[in-house]
Design a protein around this ligand. Structure first.
Ligand code: NAP
Ligand code: MG
Length: 498
């Protein structure tokens, strides 16, 4: 399989060369500082496996400093006295500045995560900017109620910021996950300690740099790269963190909940998925094929919403699976910086091992690959070919566990009613897709699926105004939309005797 690599480090634009060479530090209390331990950790280019940068490794000592800075900024810093419209303006200015630096962000994201630069340019970065703009608008619209109660009282509610928010994010959409998290927290008036994923800390550090430039007061946004088991765990357990927001695996989500119990900090979680994508025979089959391929191969399948369980009505099963396999075969695999790349590398060697391990487990359990599935696709970098698997059974590991790679498992169905039970037969409930021209069927299925988002005749459509989150073990709470603000505010009732 041909895999293209380019360009090499020496070909990178001057900005990237300098950014990667300069010491990458922690951002605490408005300043870039070394880790207390003096330690750094390497960040790899997934297209080549080479070290891209060395980044200061925050651990619990640094988290203590960041939390103290966030606490000071929350209790006694100027942030506290900022009016909602001042907060709104700063968030908007941050978005403007990101737009000016769009190319820089997109390049770093592609280098760090491996995703196609062309995608980071039109999806990750613009969506991050859009999320911040949307949330800036909410800063001035966080309202209480006036509530009539019996007796001579004036009663009302206030919605106040929750306090210091710890935010732990994954590597699949590094900048976008940061924007989803910081937007509502800043709009609500919280202060933040953000820990990016160890694999992809670079764009969060550029974001911190820009936040300081636009004038966020010291301590409002702290960014502490480091490992989950040390820096992440310290945030989750910290007695002075009021709320923790986490996106990542369900397994770690459960650890966060346990760690948060110490001070009963508020918790929101956006976890994994094993999303069903159901294609009925009456659907526009060409669109369904393209949509199902996009639903699983977008971001190399490293999406929590990935449509990884495909259910296809039997009469069109072969047509659909062959069509997706043909689409997969036509995808160009290469480094993210190659403008013609459709499929970049997975984020890490570890992720490559997980994904290829799952493919092998499917084959060992009797499934068959229509395309892909040949393990590591190249000597260098973490490439896996898009893979379509058939002859699967509901009990197989590849049908139950989140693979988080470009791997779809397809099952034919005969009875449109029975398929709903099978689609819902998962511990997850993040997203689902339905393809049909029958309007009644579409709404009936959308209502019956136990998932936080259902896409009908489309897939992976997101907007800052749409709530996003999971049923069942896919999470707690919602991100984006006005719902996200509820997760960063406390409601206070005030009762005044007249
Ligand atoms: P993960 O371990 O859940 O990582 C997510 C974030 O949590 C990272 O910042 C991670 O730090 C941090 N973390 C890890 N252990 C922690 C702990 N004990 N306490 C606090 N924070 C902790 O995910 P992963 O290991 O990168 O990927 C494993 C699998 O998770 C994937 O294959 C996929 O199935 C799933 N996943 C889901 C999503 C999603 O969007 N729902 C995103 C990523 C991964 P590090 O920087 O050290 O990793
Ligand atoms: Mg991890």
């Amino acid at each position: 399989m041909a895999v293209t690599y380019r360009p090499e480090a020496a070909e990178l634009p001057a900005f990237a060369q300098k950014f990667l060479k300069d010491p990458k530090k922690l951002f605490i209390d408005g300043k870039f500082v070394d880790a207390k331990s003096g330690k750094t950790f390497p960040v790899y280019n997934p297209a080549t496996g080479e070290v891209l940068a060395n980044v200061a490794e925050g651990d619990s000592a640094d988290i203590d400093l960041a939390v103290a800075a966030a606490r000071r900024a929350f209790e006694s810093g100027p942030w506290r006295s900022f009016s909602p419209s001042q907060r709104a303006r700063l968030i908007y200015q941050l978005a403007d500045k990101m737009e000016e630096r769009l190319e820089d962000f997109a390049l770093l994201e592609s280098l760090d995560n491996g995703k196609p630069l062309a995608v980071a340019r039109v999806a990750d970065v613009p969506m991050s900017i859009d999320n911040l703009r949307y949330m800036s608008g909410w800063a001035t619209k966080i309202l209480g109620d006036s509530i009539p109660i019996p007796g001579e009282f004036h009663a009302y509610t206030r919605r106040e910021p929750i306090g210091v928010a710890g935010q732990i994010i994954p590597w699949n959409f590094p900048l976008l996950m940061a924007a989803w998290k910081i937007g509502p927290a800043l709009a609500a008036g919280c202060t933040i300690v953000l820990k990016p994923a160890e694999q992809t800390p670079l764009t969060a550090l550029l974001l911190a740099e820009i936040a300081a430039e636009v004038g966020f007061p010291e301590g409002v946004l702290n960014v502490v790269p480091g490992y989950g088991e040390t820096a992440g765990a310290a945030i989750a357990a910290h007695p002075d963190v009021d709320k923790v927001a986490f996106t990542g695996s369900t397994e770690v989500g459960k650890l966060i909940v346990k760690a948060a119990a110490g001070n009963l900090k508020k918790v929101t979680l956006e976890l994994g998925g094993k999303s069903p994508n159901i294609i009925f025979a009456d659907a526009n089959i060409d669109e369904a094929i393209a949509g199902a391929a996009f639903g699983i191969f977008f971001n190399m399948g490293q999406c929590c919403t990935a449509g990884s369980r495909l259910f296809v009505e039997r009469s069109v099963f072969d047509q659909v699976t062959q069509g997706i396999a043909a689409a997969a075969k036509g995808m160009k695999i290469g480094s993210g910086l190659d403008q013609t790349t459709d499929i970049g590398p997975l984020v890490s060697d570890e992720q490559l091992d997980r994904v290829t391990g799952y493919i092998q487990s499917g084959i060992d359990e009797g499934a068959r690959t229509l395309t892909g599935g040949s393990g590591r696709a190249s000597e260098r970098g973490y490439f896996v070919a898009p893979t379509v698997i058939v002859d699967v059974k509901p009990s197989m590991k590849i049908m139950r566990e989140e693979i988080f790679g470009p791997v779809v498992a397809a099952t034919p169905f005969d009875d449109p009613r029975e398929i709903l039970a099978e689609a819902n037969d998962t511990v997850y409930g993040l997203a689902a897709g339905v393809w049909t021209k029958d309007v009644g069927n579409a709404h009936r299925v959308a209502a019956a699926l136990r998932a936080g988002t259902v896409w009908v005749n489309c897939y992976n459509v997101f907007d800052a105004a749409l709530p996003f989150g999971g049923f069942k073990q896919s999470g707690w709470g919602r991100e984006m939309s006005h719902n996200a603000l509820d997760c960063y505010t406390e409601t206070k009732s005030v009762v005044v005797k007249l």
